[in-house]
Ligand binder design. Structure first.
Ligand code: PMP
Length: 448
């Protein structure tokens, strides 16, 4: 075990992590196996995976059927090209399946290996779409502050969390951010968006891109009318609406796709994560019939955009099996039902604890905010590290979860596997209650 920790320090540069902390402290948990909603580490400690790892293991861990689907496809044809006029059955079938389950009018898919590649592809595709229609100046992408869209070249700039821009320089040009409806409401957020459009010049805007629910920003669920108004605004200015469904796709919010919660149909949709429940990397961009028609008619010569693994046959075979399981086990419905139970548990907990502010869920995507005073919503100062302390207390109690602390918020995020059962929801809420109570006592806040 020690040897593994040393090797890890020496050779493995971890994604989204503090390199210094990693060197000083080493990895705290080395996961060994997964089964259902549970993860087991090298020391045989068992945890509830309350984040579905990285919001992606929607059908839960340890599904043999996915391993079998991968093995079967690998033995038959592990990989072949889909460039130019080559194709293969798993990618064709998956594209057809995705066209069937996405909202009306979204029927053609460009495949990638993950969320960042999907969002970079969406940026390039919307710019290409405008270019071939004689509007090359429509290049700008508007997105939301606190939005997260990935770490590739364009997706870093679409992201509305400034910490990500500084890592290797600064924000790329032609990316602009408008206010999120979080804490502001629809009217102010739409006014901000209209203001940005007018200020930048509507004829220079290619697309507005947003997550249906801002995930990494802290599970920020928009008001019910927000995206309807966004859709109207986009129509008014002729701007394309791109939904980043990387977290919200494949049942996470209690609907197959997040935008379905409000009956809004985007012009493009990006996906990844839940399409394979993380068993193998895969992502993509779904485009509307109107966009596809323009591409078919006006895109001349080669479309100089394609990844080696666009439509990877083995990944596609795994995705097909994963979607089959989501449908057969009615996991979208279960996500909605269990999400309602989870928020009931959060609300009950809020009655009994002194530092719980807003609690919310949409399907099995939820958050609990910790505040100094729930009546006024006064936040703790960030140096108190309240949410990270709760996360540590949760680890000790066998729950893996994530804290969001941007702009001195203390948000505990939840995205458990869509297979959650009532008794598991109860256990999760009990452990959370216990962890918050522990930290509350540490902070010297009286328990009523
Ligand atoms: N979009 C959203 C909404 C995400 O949450 C993420 C990843 N957390 C991404 C894009 C980037 O996906 P990936 O890490 O697969 O590149």
């Amino acid at each position: 075990m020690e040897n593994l920790i040393d090797l890890d320090k020496m050779h493995f540069i971890h994604p989204t992590s503090s390199i210094k902390q990693q060197q000083e402290e080493g990895s705290k948990i080395i996961f060994e196996k997964g089964d259902g909603i549970y993860l087991t580490d090298k020391n045989e400690n068992v945890y509830i995976d309350a984040m579905s790892s990285l919001w992606n293991v929607n059908i839960g861990h340890g599904r043999k059927k996915l391993a079998e689907a991968a093995a079967e496809q690998m033995e038959k044809l592990a990989f072949s090209s889909a460039f130019s006029t080559f194709s293969h059955e798993p990618a064709i079938k998956l594209a057809k399946k995705i066209a069937t389950i996405t909202p009306t009018g979204l029927n053609a898919v460009f495949f990638t290996s993950g969320g960042s590649e999907s969002n970079d592809s969406a940026v390039k595709l919307v710019r290409h779409y405008w270019k071939i229609q004689g509007q090359p100046n429509r290049r700008k992408i508007i997105s939301l502050k606190r939005g997260y869209h990935g770490v590739a070249a364009a997706s870093t700039s679409v992201t509305g969390i400034p910490e990500f821009w500084g890592m290797a320089g600064h924000l790329m040009t032609d990316f602009v951010h408008a206010d999120t409806p979080y804490g502001k409401g629809t009217e102010k957020a739409i006014t901000s968006l209209r203001h940005v459009i007018e200020e930048e010049g509507p004829e220079t805007i290619a697309a507005f891109m947003a997550e249906p629910v801002q995930g990494a920003g802290g599970v920020l669920i928009p008001p019910d009318d927000y995206f309807k108004e966004v859709r109207e605004l986009c129509n008014e200015y002729g701007i394309l609406l791109v939904a980043d469904e990387v977290i919200t796709g494949f049942g996470r919010t209690g609907r197959m796709f997040g935008m379905e919660n409000w009956g809004v149909i985007p012009d493009m949709m990006t996906f990844a994560k839940g399409v394979t429940s993380g068993y193998i990397p895969l992502g993509g961009v779904v485009v509307s019939d109107a966009i596809h028609d323009v591409l078919k008619e006006k895109s001349e010569g080669t479309l100089f955009h394609g990844f080696t693994y666009s439509g990877h046959p083995t990944a596609a075979a795994v995705a097909l099996k994963n979607i089959e399981i989501i449908e057969q086990e009615k996991l979208v419905e279960n996500s909605r039902k269990m999400g309602e139970q989870l928020v009931k548990g959060f609300q009950k907990m809020k009655q009994q604890l002194d530092i719980v502010g807003d609690v919310r869920t949409i399907g099995l995507l939820g958050a609990v905010e910790l505040v100094q005073d729930p009546k006024t919503n006064k936040r703790f100062s960030s140096d108190m590290k309240v949410a990270p302390k709760v996360i540590d207390a949760l680890h000790e109690r066998g729950v893996i979860c994530r804290a969001v602390t941007y702009e001195s918020t203390d948000i505990i995020c939840f995205a458990p596997p869509l297979i959650m059962e009532q008794s598991q929801i109860d256990t999760l809420v009990d452990k959370l209650h216990d962890a918050i109570l522990f930290v509350q006592k540490q902070l010297g806040v009286e328990h009523r």
